[in-house]
Ligand binder design. Structure first.
Ligand code: ATP
Ligand code: MG
Length: 696
């Protein structure tokens, strides 16, 4: 490793980088340099060996990109082909090569959250089950899958009462539909690699030989399936290095498993454990405040962190009157720091518990001209026009992808309506075919009405035309899709711009690799946000670091979240807050509001109970007086009219047709409504000018 890098490591870090034989666990608190150790270890290991002999697992694609760039700078080798990525992207890479051994075709599609939800909704409808439950059903299925419980086993364990049995039925059908579509969801990616390695020892042996070392960052959040995969891959050499912080385990409810950290020493006998006790990121006061909160948790491995950067500034908690006032206050502080020239806009992050909290902040920042980016909101890749084109692209690669086909068969509209599709679906079900094959079968059988036949024929010939050509890159295929479908014809200007940007981003990329990248990109990873204040949920803030961090909504009901009731759930909320607070390097500011609109109701809020766990010596409360004057004014002023729409109301718009209200807020002329129109996606409208018609 280059000399300057070892010299920047403390003795504990250096030991972790240089301990290269046998299992190693680095157990240390926030900002202690765990990620830096993983990066340096990689660089050190590949100095003499091939870059492909080390497998590094990171938590997000973005973290993987940063790591790759950092290492490339140190070793001066081409790292394009090296194995740095998330569990999912590594599994995709293995499966694209090996999946035929499991009887799948290597052209499988990958279903992201939205694809999965679409599929579950379709199944619930087909089974006549209550559709609104789809999100809960999906997360239950995902938990079963990440715990490696297959549908067959779950049926056996079913309690014989209602819900479990229905869940078993949906789970069984869901797996069946995935199989028919030649599609894998994120959990399958891991499950199938495990299956592959268990069933095919020769294949496993090849990977054992290839990967001499395995490195894992954010180990505290690996789920049981991922941990099992690590155990399979790390043997027989046992050269596995994991780095984690039990206090930052925040995916437990999504299958993350703290036990992995407790089990590591048993599963890898002779494992060396290195603890680090210096934080290079946070000031001592930030460590004391965040440590105070998490110290109330009972099951902890325990750590004592000291800040390298000294005591730092006091931490302030601002108790404000409303969410608007909170947003105004945060905007004002950001502006003051900015004007004093101490920080650029890119140095700030505002963290919050739930997505809808970003709304007041967005409105405020927008009106004050503060540049910002919401991370983890509707990302570029989740926009309707991008998802549609990605649907075509996926269908070109894998004709059996039913979710993609359902999405685009009538988009842009080509007269293939619900009744035609239902005929296609029924035929597919009866003959156990994919929808695409079902259409072809129906056309061959010649039993269709002429108009229906013509439309389906022209759809098939469009798709066959697209697949029959060879494309230099994914951009060329996307251009062909846009041209042959006329997709851009009715698109408004911003959406057309998005499509152009999307096509440009596909230039020079292999079609299949580009399709994988799209499926694996997640909302929290919106690309560059340089020079922008970042708005992020606490869950998406893991691994990040900012000079100034605001944690907004320090209130009961948000922190802890109102659904968290059991001691385990409350412990997870504390860890989530700990993760958020320790993203701050110099300054941490906490805010809360007396009144907040939550789930369509204006609520009186109380300060978070977690504030009582903070040592009084390191923070102060600054309370804004309740608005007396405003209250008096209210007596004379008529109360604002209640908002006309609650979430879920069906409305009609003259241009975009029927949609469902997602949100309605603001007062008088400022009232806004967000509506999801199936024809174009989410739209934020000024209530006064939207001229919506309520439909009952
Ligand atoms: P988290 O628990 O939040 O993931 P971490 O333990 O992975 O944190 P890093 O992100 O690796 O910590 O490091 C935190 C910060 O401290 C980074 O800015 C990193 O560059 C810096 N840092 C780490 N080790 C050293 C060191 N020995 N000397 C100087 N700076 C360091
Ligand atoms: Mg880290």
């Amino acid at each position: 490793m280059s000399k300057n890098l070892t010299s920047e490591l403390n003795p504990g870090q250096k030991e972790a980088v240089l301990h290269t034989k046998g299992p190693l666990m680095v157990l240390a608190g926030a900002g202690s340099g765990k990620t830096r150790i993983i990066t340096c270890r990689f660089a050190n290991l590949v100095k003499k060996a091939s870059p492909c002999s080390v497998l590094a697992v990171t938590y997000t694609n973005r973290a993987a990109d940063e790591m790759r760039a950092g290492i490339a700078g140190q070793v001066g080798k081409d790292l394009k082909q090296c194995w740095i990525g998330t569990f999912h992207s590594q599994c995709v890479r293995i499966l694209r090569k090996e999946i035929s051994a499991l009887g799948y075709s290597p052209d499988f599609s990958i279903y992201d959250d939205e694809d999965q939800l679409n599929l579950i909704r379709h199944i619930l409808k087909d089974l006549n089950l209550y559709e609104a439950l789809y999100k809960g059903v999906l997360s239950k299925i995902s938990n079963l899958k990440s715990s490696l419980i297959e549908p067959k086993e779950f049926v056996a364990k079913s309690d014989g009462f209602g819900f479990e049995e229905r869940l078993a039925k949906v789970y069984m059908r869901y797996q069946d539909e995935l199989r028919k579509s030649n599609a894998l969801d994120f959990d399958d990616l891991v499950m199938l690699v495990i299956k592959l390695f268990e069933n095919e020892p020769a294949v496993l042996d090849r990977y054992h030989k290839m990967f001499e070392h395995i490195l894992v960052d954010e180990f505290q959040d690996t789920n049981p399936a991922q941990y099992k995969l690590l155990k399979l891959m790390a043997r027989p050499q046992g050269n596995i290095c994991v780095a984690g912080d039990d206090d930052q385990s925040i995916c437990r409810l999504r299958g993350g498993e703290l036990n992995n950290m407790l089990n590591f020493e048993n599963d890898f006998p002779g494992a060396k454990v290195i603890r680090l006790d210096q934080s290079y990121r946070c000031t001592q006061k930030i460590l004391d405040v965040s440590g105070g909160i998490v110290s109330k948790n009972s099951k902890r491995m325990g750590k004592d962190l000291q800040a390298k950067n000294g005591q730092g500034e006091d931490i302030c908690f601002f108790w404000l009157n409303s969410e608007e006032e909170e947003a105004r206050h945060i905007a004002r502080m950001i502006r003051e720091f900015f004007l004093k020239n101490t920080y650029g806009y890119g140095d700030f992050a505002v963290l919050y518990r739930i997505n809808s909290q970003s709304r007041a902040l967005e409105d405020r920042f927008q009106s004050e001209g503060i540049p910002f980016k919401v991370m983890g909101g509707v990302s570029f890749y989740q926009r309707k026009e991008i998802k549609d084109l990605a649907g075509y692209l996926k269908l070109v690669v894998n004709k059996d992808d039913n979710v993609a086909l359902r999405r685009i068969i009538n988009c842009p509209p080509r007269g293939i309506g619900a009744s035609t599709l239902s005929k296609v679906e029924q035929n597919a079900k009866k003959k156990s075919l994919s929808l695409y094959a079902s259409i072809k079968g129906l056309l061959k059988a010649n039993g269709l009405m002429v108009t229906m036949k013509e439309k389906l024929e022209s759809f098939i010939s469009l798709m066959e035309g697209l697949s029959s050509r060879r494309y230099k890159d994914a951009a060329e295929l996307l251009k062909a899709i846009v041209e042959s479908t006329g997709y851009m014809t009715d698109l408004d200007e911003p959406r057309a711009e998005n499509v152009k940007e999307f096509i440009a981003s596909a230039a020079g990329k292999d079609v299949k690799e580009f399709a994988d990248k799209l499926s694996l990109a997640s909302g929290s990873e919106e690309s560059s946000a340089e020079g922008h204040v970042r708005l992020i949920t606490l869950h998406c803030a893991k691994g990040l670091e900012f000079p100034v961090v605001f944690v907004a909504g320090m209130e009961e009901g948000l922190l802890p979240y109102f659904k968290a009731k059991s001691p385990e759930e409350l412990a997870e909320e504390r860890r989530l807050l700990y993760v958020g607070m320790t993203r701050a390097r110099d300054i941490l500011i906490l805010t809360g509001a007396r009144k907040r609109r939550l789930f369509d109701k204006l609520k009186e809020q109380k300060p978070s109970r977690f504030l009582q766990d903070i040592p009084k010596s390191c923070y102060k409360t600054i309370e804004k007086a309740p608005p007396q004057a405003a209250r008096k004014e209210e007596v004379f002023r008529p109360a604002p009219a209640p908002l006309p729409y609650v979430t879920g109301t069906r409305v009609k718009h003259s241009k975009w047709g029927v949609g469902i209200v997602r949100d309605c807020y603001g007062e008088g002329d400022d009232a806004k409504v967000t509506v999801n129109f199936p024809s174009i996606g989410l739209k934020k409208l000024n209530l006064k000018f939207a001229h919506l018609e309520k439909i009952h």
